[in-house]
Design a protein around this ligand. Structure first.
Ligand SMILES: Nc1nc2c(ncn2[C@@H]2O[C@H](COP(=O)(O)OP(=O)(O)OP(=O)(O)O)[C@@H](O)[C@H]2O)c(=O)[nH]1
Ligand SMILES: [Mg+2]
Length: 234
């Protein structure tokens, strides 16, 4: 079984080393490690060189973290990986819990696993408004797909070979929002589940969900949801 752990990085020079070392020292699975850098403008690349970790750098920033996921699917497929695990470079996800998101795939239970901080409600739970946003979209998606979602924006995920091949070979469009990614997986017949994990608070750097993105998030995701549902009507 070939497993790839990908760390998504954009201007995380203050936390990328911690994240990489967490995977190397505490990773609970046997896996290769790759950092995908979305054209950082800070000293992230110097940190990666110093750590001697494998990385690839986008020549331009894709305008959001979804671009990293597309590259990761292509890389995982090209190099013949059976499972691709995704972690954010802000050290919020725990490498010691990688086995939790991989196990349901090894058991052939599902195709995609999402680490959710809202099942046991322990560890970092995010701000009240952010929680409300995540909750509303999780509920909306559960209603549309009839599969329970609890932490729709979580970046701590594992995908099996079926999911990797779908996104690397068959899905040619851009991935713009997490709602679109989840809905497309649903329509492609990929089965998913959430498992409980703990998350840490972001200590440094800037979250993708800044003030402007927090305002745009509901609109983009609703448009995405409607657009993806319409595209699936034949
Ligand atoms: N902002 C931003 N982040 C990116 C980009 N490409 C990759 N990333 C990475 O994607 C991850 C996004 O995580 P966060 O910005 O913390 O967003 P989040 O975890 O959904 O939100 P929080 O709950 O606030 O932590 C980080 O690891 C970034 O380094 C990009 O183009 N913009
Ligand atoms: Mg984060």
């Amino acid at each position: 079984m070939k497993i790839l752990t990908v760390i998504s990085n954009y201007n995380e020079s203050e936390s990328i080393a911690k994240t990489v070392l967490d995977v190397i020292e505490n990773g609970s699975i046997e896996a290769d490690l790759l950092v995908i850098d979305n054209c950082s403008t800070d000293s992230s690349i110097e940190q990666l060189k110093r750590l001697k970790v494998d990385y690839l750098k986008h020549p331009v920033n894709t305008g959001g973290s979804a671009g990293v996921i597309k590259t990761a699917f292509a890389y995982a497929h090209y190099h013949g990986y059976d499972i691709y695990c995704h972690m954010d470079g802000d050290n919020q996800h725990m490498a010691s819990e990688l086995d939790k998101i991989v196990q349901p795939i090894l058991d052939n239970e599902v195709d995609v696993v999402t680490g959710s901080r809202f099942i046991t409600k322990e560890g970092f739970q995010s701000s009240f408004t952010r929680r409300m946003g995540i909750r509303s979209f999780s509920k909306m998606m559960s209603w549309v797909t009839k599969r329970p979602y609890t932490d729709i924006t979580s970046g701590f995920r594992a995908y099996n070979r079926k999911a990797i091949e779908f996104f690397a070979l068959r899905f040619k469009q851009e991935i713009d929002t997490i709602v679109q990614l989840e809905l497309v997986m649903h329509y492609a017949g990929l089965k998913g589940k959430d498992v409980p994990v703990l998350m840490r608070p972001r200590e440094t750097g800037k979250s993708e969900i800044n003030f402007t993105n927090a305002l745009k998030f509901p609109f983009y995701n609703i448009i995405s949801l409607i657009g993806t549902v319409i595209q699936n009507i034949r």
